[in-house]
Design a protein around this ligand. Structure first.
Ligand code: E4P
Length: 218
């Protein structure tokens, strides 16, 4: 499973890259707004830092606007993937971009029926939003299971990019279902490393050795 980071915070991105676990990035207008920096310049800076796909989202919702903004995003760097919302115009844009060799990530997917349309449109990625479904009392991971099954049934090339991830259990469940990618807030990537027994175990190992009064070389 590939891990993308879901952030526009450059410090988090640098740390994730140092850890060697970041295969790509997703951003959205809310995440970029939090940084208080210009939109396109932020996507460009992230694409420069990250050696993998970087999703930059269009702000337009009409076809012409999405095509214009998507082309400008794609021109920033070869690793930019154009993120478009799930709508008739968004999926028309996906087809147009595919013909131009521009990869798209279709965002805000909340049903298997929507994901089926995304696969037919030929997007590079579909982003089912798991946490937001959980938030409204649905089982978000059921959607991942349905989408993975449907895409396998028809050999769709669209990759399942699990989004709106809230905790490590989401990541493990998505991996067990065979999703292609999980995009993680930095906090969730950090949590993946942690287990209380790891901390306690390490403390005990070091304390036991310390009691001997000897060093690493003795
Ligand atoms: C994905 O591309 C989105 O940016 C993201 O996962 C949204 O997550 P949220 O529901 O935590 O805002």
């Amino acid at each position: 499973m590939r891990f993308f980071l879901d952030t526009a915070d450059l410090d988090e991105i640098r740390t994730g890259l140092d850890w060697g676990m970041v295969d790509g990035m997703t951003t959205n207008p809310s995440l970029i707004a939090k940084q208080g920096k210009p939109y396109l310049a932020t996507v460009q800076e992230i694409a420069r830092l990250v050696p993998g796909p970087v999703s930059g989202e269009v702000l337009a919702t009409d076809l012409d606007g999405m095509l214009e903004q998507g082309r400008r995003l794609a021109a920033l760097a070869p690793n930019v993937v154009v993120k478009v919302p799930l709508s008739p115009a968004g999926l028309q844009a996906v087809r147009r971009f595919a013909a131009e060799g521009v990869r798209c990530n279709v965002t805000l997917c909340f049903s298997a029926a929507q994901a089926l349309l995304v696969g037919k449109a030929g997007a590079a990625y579909v982003s089912p939003f798991i946490g937001r479904l959980d938030d409204v009392g649905e089982e978000g991971m059921n959607l991942v299971e349905q989408v993975v099954t449907i895409y396998r049934n028809y050999d769709f090339e669209t990759q399942v990019l699990v989004a709106s991830v809230r905790h490590p259990v989401h990541v493990v469940q998505a991996a067990m279902l065979g999703a292609d990618v999980c995009t993680l807030p930095f906090k969730v990537m950090e949590q993946l490393y942690k287990h209380p027994l790891t901390d306690v175990g390490l403390e005990r190992f070091l304390a036991d050795w310390k009691k001997t009064g000897r060093s690493f070389d003795d």
